[in-house]
Design a protein around this ligand. Structure first.
Ligand code: COA
Length: 173
């Protein structure tokens, strides 16, 4: 049986191993990882899935800004251990994280990821019209992501909901 709970300090080592396995050793160079640098995960919004005492999945939400003075959360990395994929664990982690963010009063969640996966949770690049990401340097040089010219989430109204999903040129998660 899989249970979802808040991450504990003691989960950090296995969480990092799971992320290495899911995203590879170069994961810290990817767009979302660069965006998380120097930021803190939002309180109560780091979740893990546990199967028979072992970590099977992880997701975290981070404090970011979506334009000057506009608080938002960045979702990721989301990862599920290969042995436990396609059983809805990723979806459950994502939905729980969104629900908790709503309850905590957050108004917007952004992510960089596969629209084909995240669309089912309501994420859409159509909601990011005037948003842009800071320039992030990749091995091939600098680029701006498809958040370019995205819309500010707060203009969508105060109803908390996921607002952005876009796949950047080099990065996921
Ligand atoms: C992406 C990930 C978190 C999904 O976790 P999961 O627990 O297997 O996901 P769920 O069981 O909730 O959903 C499985 C469904 O999502 C689909 N799916 C998985 N990854 C996908 C992706 N990158 N794009 C589109 N669909 C995807 C599966 O094909 C499956 O489809 P189905 O329901 O039609 O059979 C997991 O595969 C993972 O950790 N992958 C490695 C990291 C990664 O590639 N992340 C890319 C996402 S941005």
């Amino acid at each position: 049986m899989v249970t979802i709970r808040e991450e504990k300090l003691s989960d950090a080592v296995t969480r990092e191993a799971l992320l290495d396995e899911a995203y590879g050793s170069d994961r810290f160079t990817k767009t979302s990882a660069r965006l998380r640098e120097g930021r803190l995960p939002a309180a109560g919004l780091s979740l893990v899935a546990v199967h028979h005492g072992r970590l099977a999945g992880t997701v975290r939400l981070w404090h970011v800004t979506a334009g000057p003075g506009r608080a938002a959360l960045l979702l990721g990395p989301l990862a599920v251990h290969p042995q436990h994929r396609n059983r809805g664990i990723g979806a459950t982690l994502t939905r729980r994280a969104i629900a908790r963010a709503r309850l905590a009063g957050h108004h917007a969640i952004l992510l960089v990821g596969d629209a084909a996966y995240y669309g089912r949770f309501g994420f859409t690049a159509a909601s990011t019209g005037e948003l842009w990401m800071p320039v992030v340097f990749s091995a091939s040089g600098s680029f701006r992501s498809s958040f370019d010219q995205a819309r500010s989430p707060e203009r969508e109204g105060s109803s908390p909901r996921p607002v952005g999903s876009s796949r950047s040129p080099t990065s996921t998660g």
